[in-house]
Ligand binder design. Structure first.
Ligand code: AMP
Ligand code: MG
Length: 325
């Protein structure tokens, strides 16, 4: 059910009153608060169970207002904003005074994005200010890509949930740090490295996905309840069947090359052939296998180009060591 104009006005009122609104973006659903209200931002961390030192992304409606939120807008930021906003790209810049320290986790930098979703843009325009938001899930778990996911996970802890249907991109935004000598990708996401490099006219550094570069990221981010193991694509079926025989309830991410193959496992997700469809479905597939009671998910990494880079990054993190390990 897509949000109506009156839902959007109501949600903007909730933000003005210091409340929390979950809202759709083209990447994933966000859990938003007025970026200038420290108490409201503090509640976002509390509801998510997220350490308060981990910064949020400030969402704004109008790229021309970027200067309100940062100390200065360098030429590279202007170029990338013009090319990719509204869209799944987050820029990290030196923070301006307007943004509350709570929203930046006490850092001297701020992450800003103009989301490419009509409901998000309508909310941001109606509200008028910046909305600080991380993904609308509990810390460390899988990001929500439908309003139903948000309600199931956060329930009454959120004051208002705007429904904009399923997210079109399905993985989080690409985060580019523009505070150093050269632009650096902190998190691969919805804007591909190839498109960024074409816009910048030069190659971009993308840190190894296992490196913990950004506060707020740790290896087991984006993890379902079931343990995830990554194997070579041609070993997915054999590994899954072996684990199932050993007594696990195995969920399988079946690569498109093996579509239709019989697999003796608890649950099988046949992966779509297109990476954009895979990205769109990724978090829903992980949630589905959790819901079906799997304790182990066997998957392989897609080719790491285009959106495949972001998918591989999330799968590696889902397979990473858990804090309780
Ligand atoms: P989430 O999408 O829920 O993980 O939340 C926002 C993401 O943006 C987190 O991964 C943060 O670490 C990242 N982020 C926000 N602000 C900054 C910043 N100033 N520098 C680097 N990363 C940031
Ligand atoms: Mg998140």
């Amino acid at each position: 059910m897509t949000a109506t104009t009156s839902d959007i006005e109501k949600a903007a009122g909730v933000l003005r009153a210091g409340g929390l609104v979950a809202f759709p973006t083209e990447t994933v659903y966000g859990l938003g608060a007025n970026a200038e209200n420290p108490a409201a931002v503090a509640r976002v961390f509390q509801v998510k169970g997220r350490p308060s030192s981990h910064p949020l992304i400030v969402h704004i409606a109008d790229p021309r207002r970027l200067g309100d939120w940062v100390e200065e807008v360098p030429a590279t930021a202007r170029l990338l904003a013009e090319r990719f906003w509204p869209g799944p790209l987050t820029l990290v810049l030196r923070r301006g005074r307007r943004v509350s320290r709570e929203a930046t986790g006490g850092m001297e930098t701020v992450a800003v994005r103009v989301p490419g979703h009509p409901v998000a843009l309508a909310l941001l325009s109606a509200f008028g200010g910046g909305v600080a938001a991380p993904s609308a899930n509990r810390f460390g778990s899988v990001s929500p890509t439908t309003a139903g996911h948000v309600r199931a996970e956060l329930g009454d802890a959120v004051d208002f949930v705007l429904d904009g249907g399923p997210c079109d991109v399905g993985v989080e935004s690409t985060i580019v740090d523009l505070t150093g000598d050269a632009p650096e990708v902190l998190r691969p996401g919805g804007v591909t490295r190839e498109d960024l490099e074409a816009a910048l006219g030069r190659p971009l550094a993308v840190p190894a996905t296992s490196r913990i570069r950004v506060p707020g990221q740790h290896p087991s981010h984006y993890a379902p309840r079931a343990r995830v193991i990554l194997v070579e694509p041609e070993k997915v079926v054999a590994e899954a069947e072996l684990a199932q025989e050993l007594g696990h309830r195995v969920g399988v991410f079946l690569p498109p090359a093996f579509a239709g193959a019989p697999v003796k496992a608890h649950a099988v997700v046949e992966l779509p052939a297109s990476t954009s469809a895979y990205a769109r479905g990724l978090y829903g597939f992980l949630r589905e296998l959790d819901q079906r009671g799997c304790d182990l998910i066997v998957a392989s990494l897609p080719e790491e180009r285009g959106l495949g880079l972001a998918i591989a990054n999330r799968l590696r993190r889902a397979a990473g060591p858990r804090p309780s390990d």
